[in-house]
Ligand binder design. Structure first.
Ligand code: PEP
Length: 251
């Protein structure tokens, strides 16, 4: 039985003050609710220590927005898995489309970051998804396959037993244009079928989140689909009421 997971990717947003107020809202909302899904927040890395302290004794878990593919040494500006773990991170977002597009992260580099997360005992949240032109050219499955294959080639299919996949169509991220439940389900089912051809246990147990303009109003319909196991949330994760409604929808 898969457990739903809702993760908030705060991106490069927030300040000490706004983060405290966001967390206060989330903690009091969660303590009053019947939310049963796993809940993760992924702040900008400078805020990991304070968030880690503020979520002690709450149901909220901590994730990073990226991780270095190396374990330490002369890699200016990078953060190793062991450092993230020291500050309470249990998850690491890997290969977000903004990293792939704006910072030229290749499938191979994403796969190496995935491997580093596992070495650091963090659960990778591996983001995959197609651009609008790729969808329109009928290449969605080929793109998602290629992104998954890079990880499987480096780490093997069994490595996905300890991972989360986030299907995030790039055209739906931050655009307000979400994939329809059927569109999302189709790709989620494709991913599960692809993995099942290699390892049926991994395929049936892996959590596959949907990401792309999820909000309090559309989460119920998306999460009702058979192969959608929660969401990776951007904009709506910055609004306590919306994020709590999404967590409720995953319950
Ligand atoms: C994201 O950045 O992963 C994301 C899904 O953003 P948004 O929810 O704002 O579309």
């Amino acid at each position: 039985m898969r457990r739903m997971l809702v993760a908030g990717n705060w991106k490069m947003n927030g300040s000490l003050e706004s983060i405290k107020s966001l967390l206060d809202g989330l903690k009091s909302g969660l303590s009053r609710s019947e939310v049963k899904c796993d809940v993760v927040v992924c702040p900008s890395s400078v805020y990991l220590p304070t968030v880690s302290e503020q979520i002690v004794d709450s149901a909220i878990k901590l994730g990073s927005q990226n991780i270095c593919d190396q374990d330490g040494g002369a890699y200016t500006g990078e953060i190793a898995g062991s450092m993230l773990a020291e500050f309470g991170c249990q998850y690491a977002i890997i290969g977000h489309s903004e990293r792939r597009a704006l910072y030229a992260e290749s499938d191979e580099l994403v796969a190496k970051r995935f491997a580093a997360a596992r070495r650091g005992k963090l659960t990778p949240i591996l983001c995959v998804g197609e651009l609008l032109e790729e969808r329109e050219a009928g290449q969605t499955e080929a793109v998602v396959s290629r992104q998954l294959d890079a990880v499987i080639a480096l780490e093997g299919i069994d490595a996905l037993a300890d991972a989360i996949i986030a299907y995030e169509p790039v055209w739906a991220i931050g655009t307000g244009k979400t994939a329809s439940p059927d569109q999302a389900q189709e790709v989620h089912a494709f991913i599960r079928k692809k993995l099942a051809a290699l390892n049926s246990d991994v395929a049936s147990n892996i959590v596959i989140q949907y990401g792309g303009s999820v909000n309090g109003a559309n989460a119920n319909e998306l999460f009702a689909m058979e192969d959608i196991d929660g969401g990776l949330i951007g904009g709506a994760a910055l609004k306590p009421d919306d994020f709590l409604a999404i967590c409720q929808a995953a319950t």
